[in-house]
Design a protein around this ligand. Structure first.
Ligand code: ADP
Ligand code: MG
Length: 406
């Protein structure tokens, strides 16, 4: 199936062809016709499966430049805001509409000026509420409301903000909710704010012949040394190293850099400016890897990931699939390497409950024992400017606790 068969505008097809899209992804095939037909849609598919176009293309099909806000897309973070807005701009190259981003941590004045003749607003909940309270954002003409990366939005504690915003949007609208994972809170939101939503769920496909999955048994104290050994041996073009907490992300990244390995940490405790810088380094191929928490990595578009390292095992097979789904894309091959020490065995058992997973044990190689230091890490940022006091992000709460421990 190609995009023409989905009945999209020739202007949109021309734009996406220029972007290199040849055929629609699974989620796009299913949601584009539904959204075009006017349905509310609840879509789930993994990071990197093309959810932005899955809602962006049919929306653009149905709106035109009017200088009134017809689309409000809520996203959890500034970088996702930029990512989604830039996709909207690329899709609409031959069917121009005005897209404005609205997020915190930057001057509000230019946003206010841009909002007056916008068609599409992509924003984070806090700053959207800020504009609503200043009466600088008119949502009365919204006919499409998108909740993108809904799981991450809820994990970051934005539920009350989202509910507050929904009160300002007309009831007569199409609501589209997209997420990589589904929790009971997401189902609750869907039931409360969507009208007879059609649920579309796509499986995480990966080609076993292109993605090699292995694990090593290793003592907890040797994990870092083994990781360094493997990174030097494999010399990945781009690796993502997953850790359980942001403190561990900082420690592992700091120690890897001391070993001359060019990685950067990414987690929810970093300032927006720092996160943007990091993502720019990734785009410019200035780093060989990211050390990340699951939440931080959600939704972020990182191309050509060749290696996934589970420095800490994820808690469920689903989370494991989400991690490994980020490599071996298109015609590339990839490798997923799990480092198992005693603390990981229970999680590993949970992961292996998915009988279809084939993760092979590997003989532990000889490796040099290295020092792992408790380096001082980048301070998390507290008191992020927010409109409402509820919904403090869980990573922030965790961060406060670790502060006491230090
Ligand atoms: P998700 O939101 O599911 O994580 P994105 O919408 O960010 O995924 O898309 C991931 C990447 O794949 C983006 O760079 C996007 O431009 C690209 N992409 C999306 N759909 C297609 C397609 N049909 N063909 C080729 N590339 C695509
Ligand atoms: Mg996305």
């Amino acid at each position: 199936m190609d995009f023409k068969e989905l009945g999209l505008d020739p202007q949109l097809i021309k734009a996406i062809e220029e972007m290199g899209y040849k055929e629609p992804t699974e989620i796009q095939k299913e949601t584009i016709p539904l959204i075009k037909s006017g349905r509310d849609v609840f879509g789930q598919s993994c990071t990197g499966s093309g959810k932005t176009a899955a809602f962006g293309l049919p929306i653009l099909e149905k709106i035109s430049h009017q200088g009134k806000i017809q689309v409000l897309a809520l996203v959890p973070t500034r970088e996702l805001c930029e990512q989604v807005a830039s996709e909207f701009i690329k899709f609409s190259k031959y069917k121009p509409v005005k897209v404005t981003t609205v997020y915190g941590g930057v001057a509000i004045g230019p946003q206010i000026r841009n909002l007056c003749d916008s068609d599409i607003v992509v924003g984070t909940p806090g700053r959207i509420l800020d504009h609503l309270s200043r009466r600088t954002l008119d949502l009365r003409n919204v006919s499409f409301l998108v909740l993108d990366e809904a799981d991450k939005m809820l994990e970051m504690g934005f539920i009350d903000d989202v509910e507050d915003i929904l009160r300002h949007v007309p009831k007569q609208r199409q609501t589209l909710l997209f997420s990589a994972t589904i929790s009971s809170e997401i189902v609750h939101i869907a039931q409360k704010h969507m009208i007879n939503p059609q649920k579309v769920e796509t499986k995480i496909y990966f080609d076993k012949s292109k993605l090699k999955q292995i694990y090593y048994n290793v003592l907890g104290g040797d994990k870092f040394s083994l990781l360094v050994h493997l990174l030097k041996k494999e010399n990945p073009k781009m690796a993502i190293i997953f850790c359980a907490t942001r403190r561990r992300v900082d420690l592992v990244a700091g120690n890897l850099r001391k070993q001359g390995i060019n990685v950067l940490p990414i987690h929810g405790g970093l300032t927006q400016a720092r996160r943007t810088q990091i993502m720019e380094s990734v785009k410019a191929h200035k780093v060989d890897g990211l050390v990340a928490t699951d939440v931080a990595a959600r939704g972020i578009d990182i191309k050509n990931v060749t290696h996934i390292f589970n420095y800490d095992l994820p808690k469920t097979s689903k989370e494991y699939l989400h991690r490994i789904g980020r490599t071996a894309r298109a015609d590339e091959t990839g490798m997923a390497i799990s480092l198992l020490s005693r603390e990981d065995h229970e999680n590993f058992r949970h992961v292996m409950m998915d009988r279809e997973l084939e993760i092979e044990p590997n003989e532990r190689p000889q490796f040099q024992k290295l020092q792992f230091e408790a380096i001082r890490t980048e301070q998390p940022r507290f008191g992020q400017r927010r409109f409402s006091s509820h919904g403090q992000n869980t990573e922030q709460r965790r961060g406060q606790r670790t502060r006491h421990w230090r």
